[in-house]
Design a protein. Structure first.
Lengths: 295, 346
């Protein structure tokens, strides 16, 4: 893969082989991930005590009950891309506090705290990689950062990635896991939905393959934009996928939600998900789809 | 003078409205007592009639001044309440006021017909167009049928079906946005609320005809954007447009929605028309008559019509390929982020 001239946006960072310089030097990322620290943990699916190393070797899926633990961005990239092939792009984008947003905490403070907690600059990783030897553009939303919420940085990174895939005829894989649009950027977050969808329209016009992979949970403005626009939509087993969150729905209709409502299998039955794919088979599935439909 | 549904911050104005009403009643009684016809009040030499007329004049000008100062200093949370005023004109009111020969189309050809989305062909001034809008409902039964302006997937799909017809017929599209948000319910989720909105965002971005959108009341999140991917977007002065309602935001970020946190959330969300201009999200603010659209629906409709006619006229001069490029660029530049230390913001 070339180290530069691989992006079509004049301001985009090249897919450099070395990690881009972080602009938040004061941040010392620790390694806290979605799976809690400690040697052992209890599976919320079957209550079995799992040895963490075994769990990691099994892609964070419980060997007893197949419960899919949530995984952060870096781990997800490593699970999908061929080892050592992920060339990160657009990693120098950072959110700004255009609105001067302050709830119980000021937005910049919240961002900084999330950066320290997660070790990433924002809720997305993007880059070109190989998947079982097939060239692809890969985006992964990072649940470790503000619940994978979409603000300007996520929207811009997704859009640049789509444009990059359009320009270079690459199959596009976006792995979503997100609480939706980021409230702290308000209208600007909302506009990322239109921006990413418009970029996908052009990618579609150009004949590109977009595989959207939905993981637990994918809701709100992410579902209502790029995540539901895949040519092929894959979901991990038992992932919560919806427009509105279950609590909001419950408050609106004032009744219990049916068993399995808004889960992957429910969406497949309703006709909105093509395939429910266990994590261990995802790479195979992606490679096969690229062979069928990718360029 | 009618006494309106009362917003608490309008209290001083409403008191004045009562005084005016009382003075007018007194004038009418005096005219009746003196046997003079009402039209001749101005020529009357009766000192009491003269006093009452002067009083009404003074009260009216004070009322106007108060209303003006009140509405020029609305807090964002007050704006949200004006945007939800029960007498504020809705899509069907605009249809009645400015859409001639309205020919409504119904249904998404998939599931059903959602009354929360109105779609039909009409003439606005000289502009032959497709009009689409959220409808919240006025009477209780209509409100319930419309889910208070919260559309279902079939509503968004009806909108898109109609928009594709407009594209085929070469008609410009005018959309009126007025929703607290897309409906959160069992059927809505089962029928793909998220997919319906997402598809509209994608398809509207490449629709080969002119699109203008106006937020006329509430611009609640994806449910609003689902019919608002346009070449030009305006907001009526006292409407709001944001990623979430103040109450929703307060409940999540302040852990509780109450008067105080709603107020704080409304401010933080930068949801007013002035804020949205400042953020580059909309292109224009359409001024409302003094005291809000609910005090003068006709005046509001006229301003809205003027904006629509002017914008569609201007957009029609742009070749389609350029128009679509500009529409892409319009949304492409939105966002605020830094890159290698350089601030980038449109
Ligand atoms: Zn288990």
């Amino acid at each position: 893969m070339k180290a530069s001239s691989s992006t079509n946006s004049p301001t985009a960072s090249p897919a450099a082989s070395k990690a881009p310089a972080r602009t938040w030097n004061d941040v010392a990322p620790d390694k806290k991930k979605s799976v809690p620290e400690g040697l052992w943990l209890r599976c919320p699916g079957c209550a079995a005590m799992l040895y963490k190393e075994n769990l990691a070797a099994n892609l964070q899926v419980c060997p007893e009950c197949q419960h899919h633990f949530r995984v952060g961005g870096t781990m997800r990239v490593n699970q999908i891309a061929d080892t050592g092939t992920f060339q990160e792009m657009f990693a120098d984008l950072e959110s700004t506090d255009r609105l001067g947003f302050k709830d119980l905490k000021a937005y910049p403070d919240r961002v900084k705290a999330e950066q320290i907690k997660s070790g990433v600059a924002d809720a997305i990783r993007a880059g070109q990689c190989f998947i079982k030897g097939r060239d692809a553009m890969l985006c992964v939303l990072d649940l470790d950062f503000m619940m994978g919420s979409m603000g300007s940085v996520v929207g811009e990174t997704i859009t640049r990635s789509i444009e990059h895939a359009t320009k270079h005829d690459l199959p596009l894989i976006i792995v979503s896991g997100s609480g939706g649009a980021r409230m702290q950027e308000s209208g600007l977050s909302l506009m990322q939905m239109a921006k990413t969808s418009a970029a996908l329209a052009r990618f579609d016009d150009a004949g590109g393959l977009f595989v959207s992979v939905l993981t637990d949970p994918t809701t709100g403005g992410v579902t209502a934009s790029f995540a539901m626009l895949g040519d092929i939509i894959i979901a991990e087993p038992n992932a919560l996928i919806g427009f509105a969150g279950p609590r909001v729905i419950q408050q609106t209709i004032r009744q219990e939600l049916p068993e399995g409502f808004q889960r992957s299998e429910f969406l497949k039955k309703a006709g909105f998900v093509d395939r429910v794919v266990p994590r261990g088979q995802l790479r195979n599935e992606l490679a096969r789809l690229i062979d069928y439909a990718g360029k | 003078m009618a006494v309106y549904y009362q917003l608490d911050f309008e209290k001083p104005v409403v008191e004045l409205e009562r005084s005016i009403q009382n003075a007018e009643d007194a004038l009418r009684a005096r005219l009746a007592a003196t046997g003079a016809p009402a039209e001749s009040a101005n020529e009357s030499e009766d000192p009491e009639i003269f006093r009452l007329l002067t009083q009404i004049d003074t009260l009216r000008s004070r009322h106007r001044e108060q209303l003006e100062s009140l509405y020029s200093t609305l807090r964002p949370w007050d704006t949200v309440r004006v945007a939800r005023h029960p007498l504020r004109p809705q899509t069907r009111d605009y249809v009645n006021m400015i859409a001639r020969d309205f020919t409504e189309v119904h249904g998404d050809r998939r599931f059903g017909d959602d009354p929360a989305i109105v779609a039909g062909f009409c003439r606005i001034g000289p502009v032959k167009c497709l009009l689409i809008g959220h409808q919240k409902g006025k009477e209780t039964s209509e409100k319930i049928a419309c889910h208070f302006g919260c559309a279902h997937p079939e509503g968004y799909r009806k909108a898109l079906r109609a928009m594709k017809l407009a594209e085929k017929f070469g008609l410009p599209i005018v959309t009126l946005v007025d929703t607290p948000g897309a409906y959160p319910g069992l059927g809505a989720e089962q029928r793909g609320q998220a997919e319906a909105i997402a598809v509209n965002l994608l398809e509207m971005s490449r629709l080969q005809t002119q699109i203008v959108s106006i937020v006329i009341g509430e611009g609640g999140s994806g449910g609003a954007l689902g019919i608002a991917v346009a070449d030009r977007v305006a907001m009526l002065q006292n409407s709001w447009y944001s990623v979430i309602s103040p109450e929703g935001c307060a409940a999540i970020l302040w852990k509780e929605a109450n008067e105080q946190t709603n107020n704080a959330a409304a401010r933080a969300l930068k949801l007013t028309s002035a804020d949205n201009i400042d953020l580059g999200i909309i292109d224009a603010v359409i001024k409302e008559p003094v005291g809000g659209a609910h005090r003068d629906p006709r005046g509001t409709a006229e301003s809205l019509q003027n904006w629509v006619v002017n914008e569609v006229h201007a957009l029609k001069k742009i070749p389609l390929d350029q128009l679509l490029q500009q529409r892409y660029d319009r949304f492409r530049r939105m966002g605020a982020y830094t890159e290698q230390g350089n601030a980038a913001m449109a």
